[in-house]
Write a protein that binds this ligand. Structure first.
Ligand SMILES: O=C(CO)[C@H](O)[C@H](O)COP(=O)(O)O
Length: 207
């Protein structure tokens, strides 16, 4: 299982420092939506320059103007971009088309999706990578990550990632569901020793 580090609610300097500290333990770098809103595509370019061989996901959370936003992020060096599941089919199809042209990927963010009809629709559109995602605001209401969320994609043939307040305590129950990638942000970035937490998490994912 892969470990994806989400860089959210951080300054540029903090992003660079945390990446420097944790790079050995992480498989995918996620440049978070808030960081992209603050610094734009230059930070995607900068991190690509610093880590030429790491996979980079730009958490664009695109929901319209799919072609334009996909080109922006892929040109800046992203390997994967996120597109919201509630977007129009045209937006999803356009981003998929651009990703194919660049030899890159889109990840459809299932934030607030609770219908398997929507999942079936995504599969019909040829989406192959999705993220089960409990939003930041919802985490405060619901507490720990609820693994029932995995039932949404059971029986479908997606590469599955999972995100939303995952920490060292909740990770073992998530691992049991065998996602392909676990996305962790604040449990690593706000830790006293990010390297230590990232390394422990990677060990659990490797078991
Ligand atoms: O997409 C995100 C926020 O929209 C984050 O990448 C995701 O929630 C992981 O961060 P954290 O572990 O802090 O919840």
């Amino acid at each position: 299982m892969k470990l994806q580090l989400a860089l959210d609610r951080l300054t540029r300097e903090e992003c660079i420092q945390i990446l420097n500290d944790t790079q050995e333990a992480i498989d995918i770098i996620e440049i978070g939506t808030g960081v992209i809103k603050e610094y734009g595509m230059p930070i995607v370019r900068e991190i690509r320059g610093l880590y030429p061989s790491k996979l980079i996901m730009a958490d664009m959370k695109t929901c319209d103007a799919g072609r334009h936003e996909a080109i922006q992020a892929f040109d800046a060096g992203a390997d994967i971009i996120t597109v919201m599941a509630f977007s129009s089919k045209l937006t999803i199809l356009e981003t998929l088309k651009v990703a194919k042209e660049y030899g890159k990927r889109i990840m459809v963010d299932l934030l607030e999706v609770d219908s398997r009809d929507k999942i079936a629709e995504l599969q019909e559109l040829d989406v192959d990578l999705v993220s089960l995602h409990v939003g930041k605001d919802k985490q405060q209401e619901k507490g720990d990550f609820n693994t029932d969320l995995f039932s949404l994609v059971k029986g479908y043939d997606f590469e599955v990632t999972v995100a939303g307040g995952i920490n060292l305590t909740t990770l073992p129950s998530i691992v049991k569901e065998k996602p392909d990638t676990v996305i962790v942000g604040s449990a690593i970035t706000k830790a006293e020793n990010p390297y230590d937490v990232a390394t422990k998490m990677k060990q659990i994912l490797n078991q």
